[in-house]
Design a protein around this ligand. Structure first.
Ligand SMILES: Cc1cc2nc3c(=O)[nH]c(=O)nc-3n(C[C@H](O)[C@H](O)[C@H](O)COP(=O)(O)O)c2cc1C
Length: 187
């Protein structure tokens, strides 16, 4: 074994970048989040981890709802900007066209190829600065042009991926095999 020990780091590569949407007093706010993962299939649940000091966190606490918006690579500049400034100091709502679905207070971004509106079902205060928030997905939205056979098409969505400690954004590469299938060659 010639591997180097790199320490107790959260090296989970790559991280998808989503814009989490929330609102207060009718004002939408968006922040990029890389700590985001699917954690249940039925009912559909997604976990995000937010620093407790973020403005978005206080809005989610206030209303118990949030949205997950998947930006495409051509939205990288606006997405990054949302992570450089706080909604406490700057109104970020004008960057995007906002729409609402079935949940009040969970603003979604028209320009993003995929939108998920979520109701908070669990929260877990973590050691240190963050709170893990688990949302049940209540409804999802997309445009025909991002779908193939009525399912989201990764190539068409062209999401942003983060290489965390390298501080670089990537876009997706090539298909290398059919999932739950290519391994059958080994049987
Ligand atoms: C690429 C990127 C990923 C980020 N991921 C997270 C994250 O997973 N959790 C978190 O709490 N903050 C994360 N941040 C930081 C927040 O997005 C940032 O502090 C933002 O300005 C908070 O906005 P708000 O104060 O309007 O809520 C990330 C920032 C960037 C640029």
């Amino acid at each position: 074994m010639n591997k180097l020990k790199l320490g107790d780091k959260n090296y989970l590569y790559p991280s998808p970048i989503v814009l989490v949407g929330a609102s207060t007093n009718g004002n939408p706010n968006y922040m990029p989040v890389s700590f985001c993962s699917i954690i249940n299939r039925v009912p559909a649940m997604i976990a995000i981890s937010l620093n407790k000091s973020h403005y978005t966190r206080s809005m989610i606490k206030e209303n118990g709802v949030f949205s997950i918006n998947i930006p495409s690579a051509d939205m990288v500049e606006d997405t990054d900007y949302c992570g450089l400034v706080s909604g406490r100091d700057v109104d970020k709502s004008g960057l995007f066209d906002t729409f609402f679905g079935v949940l009040d207070h969970a603003p979604m971004i028209e320009e993003c190829p995929l939108n998920l509106e979520c109701k908070v079902v669990h929260e877990l205060e973590l050691e240190g600065s963050n709170v893990a928030i688990i949302g049940q997905v209540i409804e999802t939205y997309s445009d025909e042009r991002f779908l193939t056979n009525h399912q989201p098409d990764l190539k068409k969505i062209n999401p942003i991926l983060l290489s965390m400690y390298e501080y670089n954004y990537y876009s997706v590469g090539e298909i290398i095999g059919k999932a739950w299938s290519v391994g059958k060659n080994k049987k």
